[in-house]
Design a protein around this ligand. Structure first.
Ligand SMILES: Nc1ncnc2c1ncn2[C@@H]1O[C@H](COP(=O)(O)OP(=O)(O)OP(=O)(O)O)[C@@H](O)[C@H]1O
Length: 653
């Protein structure tokens, strides 16, 4: 039962639902959606697309034979939206309305409206490529163009076509966003009609800076406190920034400053929000601040789309985002801070004005805004594709190299991914035909990058599965260490106990072992600058990975103090990211021959070993390798003999 029975008194939520711009269009929308196999739906942020469309469909009996899936690029959105829709339908979460995200499934056999991350729907499709459980798939926030969303577009389109051919229950596809390239989407989904939703509920005032800002963090800090001094305390602030370290640092500064404000300035509750926070921690942003206290949320782009955080009146947009870029010539993926697109800027502004009128301060000039690219470049055109290709092969897509991508990956990127997967032993090429090997099939069972999956799968050969599982779990979480700049000497002293001359992976493993020895004792974590929340998440990830290993009948052993075995195993998984020390003290990435440097945060910053493997490249003033592990050249040659005999010779010549 979704709407109140006749005679029931409408609740404030019912009243709110009816005030949404989408409500006016409901009969007409349902009429069209009932007929159309696919539709593109465009409506302003906050018009009610995500929360209402699934309910409207269900109420009207559309797709009732199965489940209506609503995908979101981010888990925090999937969880909070499911909560909101459950509330609106007056049902308990997990019954009629549920959600599925990595590590969490809050659904039951009764669930008909299922919010999920696009990655989860993609994983489900491995076991059920026709998606027979679902009658409708709503692809929300399609403009985000994450790797998963783009692959999902193709997978959903294929499932829809195959179901028609096989005379199965049809699959309805609805693609939604406030900001997208409608022609591109419409063409891709067989010239689907585009439905436009008129109007927005609350106005949003946009302000630009008069001059370009050289230091957006400083500008953000000043803006936060200007608002804090002038606006009523119930008006909360949401600030968009680029990453965890920056957010934690600004949060500390805000907390410090807010202790010394003049009388008349109320208290401030500063909350950080970024992807690697444990889910419970992320959901704190949705709780109201105590009365008289202003909530200031410092967030990465994870709060950019779909979420409604009640109380937010002000949005401060630094205009910057940290995202990946891929160079298919070098095969290297780089994480870099860059300007947002116009679509992202509009989404950010759209987080204000959800419950009332809002204000958005853009910390850049109007001229700078005009120069932003209109749409975010799809991830598929700027990331390493090896994970996607592996996934598509596991889905049984016959001709992966010619997969029907909405936007074609860069020429060379697919080739680079295939070469990488061949090197890892996941694919074989026979007469132009690429097939998944037995190892590749196993690699695809892990929700991890192929190189980590490979290291885990090889770990029984080195009798070090427990250690490798621990390390991969540690790497799957943003950071488990606190590095407060004001307490640098204390941090260094505390870290020294765990520092391994064998590199960052082994150092992290030492810390993780010590953490487990004291059973995660909070006091110990504080003294050692360890983030106990993130460590808790590491344990959860490890448990999930262990479960997958057990399903694959792997023998999980610990190698105790034999760290050489662990490093050998890592070298076998991560050899594509290897670098060699040059006579002049610099490093060269062996795959691309690009010049790279050791990041100052690495324990190997001073040591300069001859060979290392690294996790990722970070591009700031230079191209830095982050998270390094000391390896022997012999192990690299062992891992990929032909490849390294070529590479090492080339690097030396
Ligand atoms: N968790 C919530 N708490 C309070 N109000 C909410 C919540 N979720 C949604 N709303 C209300 O419902 C409105 C519509 O939200 P909905 O997410 O459906 O919009 P949308 O059109 O999908 O926007 P967007 O494109 O920004 O995701 C919001 O503007 C807000 O007023």
């Amino acid at each position: 039962m979704l709407l109140p029975k006749k005679g029931n008194i409408p609740t404030p939520l019912d009243v709110q639902r009816k005030r949404l711009p989408i409500y006016q269009a409901k009969p007409q929308l349902l009429n069209q959606l009932r007929q159309l196999p696919s539709a593109i739906l465009i409506g302003e942020t906050g018009s009610g697309k995500t929360t209402q469309i699934p309910q409207y469909l269900y109420e009207a009996g559309i797709g009732r034979q199965g489940v209506i899936a609503i995908t979101q690029p981010r888990r925090v959105a999937a969880i909070s939206l499911a909560g909101r829709v459950a509330e609106e339908t007056r049902t308990s979460l997990g019954k009629l309305v549920g959600y599925t995200v990595r590590f969490e499934d809050v659904t039951s056999s009764e669930t008909k409206l299922k919010f999920m991350t696009d990655g989860m729907l993609l994983r489900e499709a491995i076991g059920d490529p026709l998606m027979l459980r679902y009658t409708v798939v709503v692809l929300d926030e399609a403009h985000e163009r994450t790797m998963h969303t783009d692959v999902l577009f193709g997978v959903v389109k294929t499932a829809q076509r195959r179901r028609r051919e096989l005379n199965k229950v049809p699959l309805k596809v609805i693609v939604m966003s406030a900001t997208m390239d409608v022609d591109l989407f419409s063409d891709y989904f067989n010239k689907s009609p585009v439905l436009y939703l008129e109007g927005r509920q609350h106005p949003i005032q946009i302000y630009y800076t008069k001059q370009p800002q050289s230091d957006y963090l400083q500008a953000a800090l000043i803006t936060i406190f200007q608002i804090h001094q002038e606006a009523p305390p119930s008006h909360d602030i949401l600030v968009f920034m680029t990453g965890q370290e920056e957010i934690e640092a600004l949060a500390r500064t805000c907390r410090d400053i807010s202790k010394h404000l003049p009388d008349g300035c109320g208290p401030m509750l500063v909350i950080a929000l970024y992807a690697s926070l444990p889910p419970a921690q992320q959901l704190r942003v949705f709780q109201p601040a105590p009365k008289g206290c202003r909530k200031v949320i410092l967030s990465t782009n994870i709060a950019e789309t779909s979420v409604t955080i009640s109380g937010i009146k002000y949005v401060i947009d630094t205009g910057m985002v940290k995202s990946k870029r891929f160079n298919p010539d070098s095969g290297l993926e780089i994480l870099a801070v860059q300007r947002v697109s116009k679509a992202q800027a509009w989404q950010r502004a759209g987080r204000a004005g959800r419950e009332d009128s809002g204000l958005c301060y853009r910390l850049y000039t109007e001229d700078e805004f005009d120069k932003l690219i209109p749409m975010t470049v799809p991830e598929i055109q700027r990331c390493n594709l090896s994970g996607v290709i592996l996934h598509l092969m596991a889905l049984g897509i016959p001709d992966v190299l010619n997969f029907d991508f909405m936007s074609k990956p860069l020429p060379g990127a697919i080739h680079a991914a295939v070469v990488q997967l061949e090197l890892l032993g996941a694919l074989e090429k026979k007469e132009q035909q690429v097939t998944l090997t037995a190892l590749g099939k196993k690699m695809a069972s892990f929700p991890l990058e192929p190189r980590y999956a490979k290291a885990i799968l090889l770990s029984p050969d080195f009798s070090c599965s427990e250690e490798v599982l621990g390390i991969v779990s540690l790497l799957s979480v943003d950071t488990v260490l606190y590095n407060p700049p004001t307490r640098r000497d204390e941090v260094l002293a505390a870290r020294r106990k765990f520092t391994s001359s064998e590199g960052d992976h082994m150092t992290l493993l030492n810390i993780y072992r010590a953490f487990k020895k004291v059973s995660g004792n909070k006091e110990w974590c504080r003294e050692n600058f360890v983030n106990s929340r993130n460590m808790g998440l590491v344990k959860a990830v490890q448990a999930q990975l262990r479960e997958i290993c057990l399903k694959l009948n792997m023998k999980l052993e610990s190698c105790g103090s034999d760290t050489v075995s662990v490093r050998r195993c890592l070298a076998h998984g991560m050899f594509v990211n290897a670098a060699e020390l040059q006579p002049d003290g610099s490093y060269v990435a062996l795959d691309s021959h690009q010049s790279v440097a050791v990041h100052p945060s690495s324990v190997l910053f001073q040591a300069k070993p001859a060979y290392v493997v690294f996790n990722e490249l970070l591009h700031t003033s230079r191209c830095y390798m982050r998270d390094l592990c000391l390896v022997d050249a012999e192990w690299l040659v062992d891992a990929a003999p032909e490849y390294f005999s070529r590479k090492l010779r080339h690097a030396k010549s």
